[in-house]
Design a protein around this ligand. Structure first.
Ligand code: GRF
Length: 191
């Protein structure tokens, strides 16, 4: 399926999907200076630079994101390190077709940006990564794939994050394939 990625960070999941042969037809970002945006430019993937300051509200920005993806005939959206919450105009257009990847075993350490630091602070010896459907309920949409990741005694945030990323590179492609298979059995967008 034609994938649209929404990114704000380094872009290693974006890179992993592109190199894994996924059909990434458009990338939208709220942070045009992020590493993921640079990677999209390098690969000549159409990039929607949608900083909030260009719009009068989040809804207006999200309507522009929806229109940008629609113009590239995006069928499935992947939030790969997006640090904002989608508002209604976007959620409604892509309901049931947005996957997010989160660096913990949801529902543990959900709803916040610092799930890796939280895992370290809490003293758990297992955390992980989750790919789930995005709904209005932050980090609480149906789970598609998860992988547990051990926390080592001498882990720093950086070493743990790296190990979690490795799990993400496996579960995000898996979740996309699973959702693609499910959607292939249902009518396409707009039909
Ligand atoms: C990932 O850890 C993801 O779980 C979280 O943001 C990070 C994005 O990393 N939502 P990258 O930009 O793909 O390298």
């Amino acid at each position: 399926m034609r994938l649209g990625l929404v990114v704000s960070g380094k872009g290693s999941n974006l890179r992993n999907l592109v190199e894994g042969g996924f059909d990434v037809v458009a990338v939208a970002t709220n942070r045009p200076s992020c590493g993921a945006a640079s990677y999209a430019r390098e690969r000549a993937i159409p990039l929607g630079e949608l900083s909030l300051k260009r719009f009068s509200s989040e809804e207006e920005r999200d309507a522009a994101m929806r229109d940008f993806f629609a113009s590239h005939r995006v069928e499935l959206v992947v939030d790969a390190g997006y640090d904002r919450i989608h508002t209604r105009p976007f959620l409604e257009a892509y309901r049931g077709r947005i996957i997010n990847v989160h660096p913990s075993l949801l529902p543990q350490f959900g709803g916040r940006m610092d799930a890796v630091a939280q895992a370290l602070r809490s003293g758990v010896n297992v955390t992980g990564a989750t790919a789930h459907l995005v709904t209005e309920n932050l980090d609480a949409g149906p789970i598609i794939a998860q992988e547990a990741v051990p926390v080592m005694e001498d882990d720093t945030e950086e070493t743990l994050r790296r190990r979690i990323h490795e799990a993400e590179y496996r579960i995000l492609p898996e979740a996309i394939r699973l959702l693609e298979a499910r959607l292939a059995e249902s009518p396409a967008v707009g039909q």
